[in-house]
Design a protein around this ligand. Structure first.
Ligand code: PEP
Ligand code: MN
Length: 263
């Protein structure tokens, strides 16, 4: 290849292009949308630091059915408020195709999470709607399985797909939650035209390790980054240990700008 395509995403502040020769588009925000104050505050802070998109889960895929499942539909309204207040594009996950229409009313990008990467009926449905799709790699998915999952979305008529590496299952979960597979950057470049996002937050599971892996991802040519940010990580309802504070995120964005263009 050598050539790859770009995905243009409409946001309240105007179109953002993710792809070759464009700044690394940074997606930041909490794992879960918890309340209006935290999501609006986080949106304003990450925007000021240079993020182009706000992430936040309304519907959360949790390992335990007793863990916080997300606030659902009411969280979508909070995302709409944060979108309005910040001008950022919104990225949030769909778990059930029945929720797709209402998610599409607020989201600028629809996320399909790692656990649904091979939910083929869901892939067909996100392929049949207009919003761009962020397809996270399944935690044990091969590159070919991941690309075929993307193919489901493309084949259903939606060309705007971004591939997100978020770490794969590791034999050594003691120090990192997953193994962030940065080798996908050169490998996918040789196989597909689709732009790539790297998620060092889920990839490492520890906020201290996020800056180095974000920098490495930019050095290796990523088109975009996803970084979890929470105003009070110790109190987060999900993924606190891997979340940066807004202050830390701001410093990391300044450090990253030395390695590559991020705004
Ligand atoms: C998330 O983005 O919060 C998430 C649940 O990610 P993943 O599907 O990669 O585990
Ligand atoms: Mn998370």
């Amino acid at each position: 290849h050598g050539e790859y395509s770009e995905v243009i995403i409409d946001t309240p502040d105007g179109p953002v292009t993710v792809g070759k020769n464009h700044p690394v588009a940074v997606v930041a925000g909490p794992c879960s949308v918890e309340n209006e104050a935290m999501i609006v505050e986080t949106a304003k802070r990450v925007k000021a630091a240079g993020a182009k998109f706000l992430r936040g889960g309304a519907y959360k895929p949790r390992t335990s059915p007793y863990a916080f499942q997300g606030h659902g539909e009411s969280a979508l309204e909070l995302l709409a408020a944060a979108r309005e207040a910040s001008g950022l594009g919104i990225i949030t996950e769909v778990m059930d195709a029945a929720d797709l229409d209402k998610i599409g009313e607020v989201a600028d990008v629809i996320q399909v999470g790692a656990r649904n990467m091979q939910n083929f009926s869901l892939l067909k449905k996100v392929g049949a709607q207009d919003k761009p799709v962020l397809l996270k790699r399944g935690m044990s998915a091969t590159i070919d399985e991941w690309l075929m999952a993307a193919e489901y979305v493309l084949a259903a008529g939606n060309p705007r797909v971004i591939l997100c590496e978020r770490g794969i299952r590791t034999f050594d979960g003691k120090y990192t939650r997953n193994t962030l597979d940065l080798s996908v950057l050169p490998v996918l470049r040789s196989l597909t035209h689709l732009p790539i996002m790297i998620d060092p937050s889920h990839g490492t599971g520890k906020s201290d390790y996020v800056p180095a892996m974000a920098a490495a991802a930019i050095a290796a040519g990523t088109d975009s980054l996803m970084i979890e940010v929470h105003p009070n990580p110790a109190k987060a309802l999900s993924d606190g240990p891997q979340s940066l504070t807004p202050d830390k995120f701001d410093r990391v964005m300044q450090e990253l700008s030395i390695i590559g263009k991020t705004v």
